[in-house]
Design a protein around this ligand. Structure first.
Ligand code: MYA
Length: 623
């Protein structure tokens, strides 16, 4: 995170550095004082940090599948459902901590190992949306098998698919697509989890320039013990021709298990997703041919991040499948179980739970297919939307599993009921592929950095006497102070039945932009240290994207006359109402003295607990 923080600090606002004499490197200074135009993007989320509502990628809800693509994927839905319903046994896989060979063989026959690999390279050539539809089914039945398949193609060989050259694709994709060889993604190390840039594995080019000598150890690698093809990230010394300086930078490599020096450890014992293999992978003087460099030398960090960005939509779709099944289980329970003379379904506490579960599923599903549709339409700047979908989906699924167990009472706690396995499986989703805490900071800081660049441009325009900018900025701020919306209505883009919710969203986007402006002006570069605030800002951002996703989806359903349109209307308006009030609370708490004081108290409690080596308060019984 350190470099993310530094980078953001440097690019936030120029005047603050002029005043504070903060020492910054010449590279950062050159970025800071460059007269480059601020970046523009069609990312909905990124633009909200400027208080702008760019709806290009949000409205209308994507309808990206051709008739043929729709028919193709529809052909898979029933057989895949049937396979997971009747053949695969998730409870057995969990107990035996493996995916049995006969299941592996059938998955290979179905083409499940190369869903997105082009057909000429032995894959099924599915789009992101088609892929999402299938992962949704798998997520409903067996997350352990899902992670084995996901670690293989969502991240394991995704780098070859996205960044590989023709030779690399032709050599490796057919063997991984058929499932003949399994793939894994090797980033994490004992001293480098969230701080992915700090990996210590190293690859140094041989004197004859023919190969790299790779050394290092990776931990918690999904498929690590069963994979034959690894995408490995390691530091390589990279020469800067301009300065003559050599610096370590991350590079990505395709490494085969058959290369001498590659070893892996035994399967790790885990809380959940037990059927998927997780193991250490070690590289001891492994000679990796130069042709196996993936992307350019020193460009591996971007390769690593883009692979993760690119796979996160699959997590949201898989988890929406998990939630859909959990909701069916909950409905079954509350429609049959009688207590105090009535079926559970009539009780208010039960209804409230079921409604929250249904809303969480609806939002996750709406985000997942909005994102996959955008990706299929060629969007390239979706890293914030991907992070939000991952955070929202993993937290929603956790809540849905928890409430489903609660509705089952004591039975829910029994292994035989099957729900505790789902809950164990779900726990990791808030941790891996970027922990939700880190991703929240990533969202806020990336968005603020973007807004900071624009703010700097506005400031320099005003300084250079640009009256138009001065006038429009002044007008915007005056409207904010008066509580008026600074964002144009989007009523022409949403169905008229959603007008109130759309106005709530427009108002919230304006207020969100105002809050970002306020944070940048108040804290300047120090905003990077305000993690309490950054988390709340991210929470507001997540809710805003959720509003956009459900409004867009529901508008389409209403216009198309979908059979569930009126129910979706209820879901969308309810979610928007709730999100609107959460956003307002979160934004208000960015500056309210009461909340800032509370943050400070919370920090003091944590510090005291840490300094004491645990709980500080003496036991009430004094024994
Ligand atoms: S795999 C392990 C996962 N590990 C992580 O996710 C690590 C988390 N850490 C990070 O993401 C980064 O280190 C952070 C930044 C974000 C903290 N997109 O100076 P920087 C660019 C595009 O900010 P840092 C696992 O869990 C940035 O703009 N670009 O870096 C397997 C900058 O560029 P420039 C990005 O502060 C689980 C440069 O990089 C991004 O050090 C198995 C440096 O950035 C980004 N996101 O760190 C799952 N971030 O220099 C199986 C940064 O040009 C999957 N940059 O300004 C299954 C799924 C499917 C399920 C199916 C079930 C059925």
């Amino acid at each position: 995170m350190a470099s993310l923080l530094l980078r953001s600090a440097a690019t936030l606002i120029r005047p603050c550095l002029q005043r504070s004499n903060t020492p910054v490197s010449s590279v950062l200074l050159s970025r800071l004082y460059s007269d480059k135009k601020p970046p523009e993007t069609d990312s909905f989320v990124m633009n909200t940090f400027l208080g702008r509502m760019n709806t290009t990628e949000v409205f209308p809800y994507p309808d990206v599948m051709s008739t043929e693509e729709r028919e193709n994927i529809a052909m898979f839905v029933d057989p895949v459902n049937k396979f997971f319903e009747e053949v695969n046994d998730a409870a057995r896989n969990d107990k035996e901590e493996t995916v049995p060979p006969e299941i592996m063989a059938q998955l290979k026959d179905m083409g499940a190992f190369g869903l997105q690999v082009p057909t000429n390279l032995k894959g099924l050539g599915l789009t992101n949306t088609q892929y999402a539809r299938l992962t949704e089914i798998i997520g409903g039945y067996d997350l352990g098998v899902g992670i084995m398949l996901g670690a293989h193609q969502s991240i394991g060989f995704k780098g070859i698919l996205l960044f590989g050259n023709e030779q690399q694709k032709e050599k490796y994709l057919p063997m991984v697509a058929s499932g003949e060889k399994i793939a894994a993604y090797c980033l994490t190390e004992p001293t480098s989890g969230s701080d992915a840039n700090s990996i210590r594995s190293r690859a140094v080019k041989s004197d004859d320039g023919k190969h790299y000598v790779l050394n290092g150890g990776k931990i918690w690698i999904s498929n690590g013990g069963i994979a034959d093809i690894f995408t490995v990230f390691a530091q390589t010394p990279v020469l800067n021709p301009a300065t003559g300086e050599t610096k370590d930078k991350v590079s990505a490599f395709i490494v085969e298990r058959s290369f001498p020096g590659v070893t892996s450890g035994p399967p790790e014992k885990k809380m959940g997703i037990k059927a998927s293999n997780t193991a250490e992978v070690h590289f001891d003087n492994v000679h990796v041919p130069v042709e196996n460099l993936l992307g350019g030398e020193g460009e591996g960090f971007k390769v690593a991040m883009n692979i993760l960005n690119n796979g996160r939509f699959g997590m949201a779709s898989a988890l929406s499948g998990t939630m859909r099944k959990l909701i069916s289980r909950a409905v079954d329970q509350v429609s049959n179980r009688v207590q105090f003379g009535n079926k559970l379904e009539v009780y208010g506490v039960v209804r409230e739970k079921l409604a929250r579960m249904t809303l969480a599923h609806f939002v996750t599903e709406s985000m997942a297919y909005l994102l996959s549709g955008n990706m299929d339409s060629g969007s390239v700047e979706f890293q914030l939307e991907a992070a939000i979908s991952k955070i929202y989906g993993s937290e929603a699924a956790w809540m849905v599993a928890d409430e489903c167990i609660q509705l089952h009472g004591g039975m829910g706690f029994m292994t035989e009921c099957g729900l505790e396995r789902v809950m164990r499986d779900l726990r990791i989703f808030r941790i891996f592929e970027g922990s939700n805490d880190i991703l929240r900071l990533f969202i806020s800081l990336t968005g603020l950095q973007f807004a900071g660049k624009h703010l700097r441009a506005v400031q320099s325009s005003i300084k250079s006497g640009d009256v138009n900018t001065l006038f429009s900025e002044g007008f915007k701020r005056t409207k904010r102070v008066m509580g008026m919306s600074t964002v144009d209505s989007i009523n022409d883009q949403v169905h008229h039945k959603l007008a109130t919710s759309a106005n709530q969203m427009a108002q919230c986007v304006g207020e969100f932009g105002g809050a970002c402006d306020h944070l940048l002006m108040k804290y300047r570069k120090n905003i990077i240290h305000e993690q309490f605030l950054l988390q709340r800002l991210a929470n507001a951002s997540i809710d805003l994207y959720g509003m956009a996703a459900v409004l867009s989806r529901t508008s389409k359903s209403l216009s198309d006359g979908s059979p569930s349109a009126n129910h979706e209307l209820l879901l969308a308006t309810t979610f928007c109402q709730q999100a609107n009030s959460r956003i307002k609370t979160n934004l208000a708490s960015l500056s309210a003295r009461f909340d800032i004081e509370l943050d400070s108290s919370m920090a003091d409690i944590a510090k005291a607990t840490t300094e004491n080596g645990g709980v500080v308060s003496v036991h009430p019984l004094r024994i």
